[in-house]
Design a protein around this ligand. Structure first.
Ligand code: FE2
Length: 522
């Protein structure tokens, strides 16, 4: 791992400004359509091979998305021009009572993806949707509007998930998820992995390590061809955010983990990665990328019950302190200018908390927020890629939670391919007395292959970091049931992801009582 200093970061910043100037010359993406739109098309292969998705629900609507790709791992396989896509929203499962219909245009510029933002619908109810293009029709997806902003519903059921390396395992967890009673799925990143295909694994990535727009599109094409992933998307709306692998492992803003990668080349690759992410996710127009920049952090409210801040801890962070890896809390870790959120996002988060009237204030984000020493014994090693490596920023966020008396903060985390429950203390010298929030970390769907319930170092780590309540390294996802008085988290574990038919069990359950930060096992 290359050691990066702030002096290097400064010279990189100059290079970055040059890169940014070069990149403004890239064509601006938008929803405007130029040229002829084809309506009559006969498809030899199903153009809806990637299924349908919905997301970012509001009281009056949501976004629905699909991408036409008859040959999803070979550049999509669409004809060169614009293609009309019709959509229908119905109030019943059989699509008998259509309440909205309309037309969108799939352009080659956006990989023949369409994103339709619906408005004018009823709050807090299910709808069904489908798309038609030429002689082809998509499957039907199910989507739900949120309650009105000021109404307090009795419950919210959702799952959160991350890390679905295609080669290491099957997406069995998504198949189980699609049979759960869920209003929402929250995806915390590593939706794809960027690496080249490697033989001898459960499945194999198509192509080399992805760098071009076509590479990234083909990789999403391969992942979204999975029927279990498609079933989970069709089941309910998703709130998505990315981590590093949607672009490149452990990147920070415009810094590659590999030495010698120039900012201009890296930012061009980032533009490809961000565009392909937008094309395949149920995101609103506000997230259309401008070159290598994309607005992803946002707020989604579930009435007064839960207020989700969906964060982006990759795009704006300063380089990992002390050369990344496991390091003690010294040197660059304590740099007051180091940030994992960027100043603008941090200020936005604080403003959101000031306004929030919600019972539960959720941060849906990528990397471990609790400070955890991962080295047994007197040696200290904190992961520099996580919040622990950005100590001043982390402490400021914890202090804001305390100062603003944010009701019931709950942090949802992905990234580390293991299940965790952590109390979040304001002061790690007095951890029991200063808990301000609760963190739940979901394991991976498939990354790492089959895991184990307990690792050799688990007991020692928990003894040294008593705010850690659970560590488990099996595969699966996490299910949450939220009511005004109580939050229940179930760790849903799949016993085998190497062959079809893996069974689901609830391995652990924890509750947080409203007004009482910290989790208790039940
Ligand atoms: Fe991952």
């Amino acid at each position: 791992m290359r050691r990066r200093t702030y002096a290097q970061a400064d010279s990189n910043r100059r290079e970055f400004l040059e890169a940014a100037a070069a990149i403004t010359a890239l064509p601006v993406l938008g929803s405007r359509v130029h040229g002829v739109v084809r309506r009559r098309l006969a498809f030899a292969d199903d153009p809806f091979s990637l299924g349908v998705t919905s997301g970012d629900p509001a009281p009056d609507g949501f976004v629905i998305q699909t991408r036409l790709a008859p040959r999803p791992t070979e550049g999509g396989g669409m004809p060169a021009g614009n293609v009309e896509v019709r959509y229908e929203i119905a109030s019943d499962e059989a699509m008998k009572t259509v309440v909205k219909r309309g037309r969108a245009v799939a352009t080659p510029q956006l990989g023949h993806s369409v994103h339709v933002e619906m408005h004018g619908l009823e709050p807090d109810r299910w709808y069904w949707y489908r798309f038609t293009a030429g002689d082809a029709q998509s499957r039907i997806g199910r989507v739900r509007t949120t309650p009105r902003n000021m109404s307090l519903s009795k419950e919210l059921n959702f799952a959160f998930v991350s890390c679905q390396h295609y080669e290491y395992g099957l997406f069995t967890g998504f198949g189980h998820m699609a049979r759960e009673n869920l209003d929402l799925v929250v995806h915390l990143g590593d939706y794809i992995y960027e690496y080249a295909g490697i033989d001898g694994r459960v499945r194999k990535h198509v192509g080399p390590e992805i760098t071009t727009l076509e590479h990234y599109r083909n990789r999403y094409g391969q992942y979204q061809s999975d029927p279990l992933l498609q079933a989970a998307h069709a089941h309910c709306p998703w709130l998505v955010t990315w981590d590093d692998h949607e672009f490149d492992n452990d990147y920070a803003t415009f810094h590659s983990e590999q030495p010698g990668v120039k900012a201009v080349a890296f930012m061009k690759r980032r533009a490809n990665a961000y565009q392909a992410y937008y094309e395949h996710m149920p995101l609103r127009r506000s997230s259309i990328p401008a070159g290598p920049f994309m607005q992803l952090y946002r707020r989604v409210r579930y009435g007064r019950l839960a207020d989700f801040a969906i964060l982006d801890t990759r795009q704006y962070r300063t380089p990992q302190a002390n050369g990344n890896g496991l390091k003690p809390l010294v040197g660059e870790v304590l740099d007051p200018n180091a940030t994992i959120l960027g100043a603008k996002q941090e200020a936005w988060l604080r403003r959101k908390w000031l306004e929030s009237k919600a019972e539960w204030n959720v941060m849906a984000q990528q990397v471990l927020m609790a400070r955890v020493d991962r080295l047994p014994g007197p040696a200290e090693g904190f992961p520099m890629d996580k919040w622990a490596g950005y100590e001043v920023c982390r402490q400021r966020v914890m202090q804001s939670l305390a100062d603003l008396k944010v009701p019931n903060p709950v942090v949802l985390t992905g990234d580390i391919h293991s299940n965790w429950v952590c109390d979040l203390p304001l002061d790690y010298k007095r951890p029991e007395k200063t808990v301000v929030g609760t963190e739940f970390v979901c394991t991976s769907i498939s990354s790492g292959g089959n895991g184990t319930e307990k690792l050799e170092y688990t007991d020692g780590m928990i003894a040294e970091n008593p705010w850690v309540k659970l560590h488990n390294a099996e595969r699966g996802y996490v299910r949450c049931r939220v009511t005004p008085r109580q939050w229940t988290t179930d760790f849903q574990v799949v016993d085998d992801v190497l062959k079809p038919g893996g069974k689901l069990v609830t391995r652990h359950s924890y509750v947080v009582e409203s007004g009482q930060a910290g989790a208790q096992e039940v």
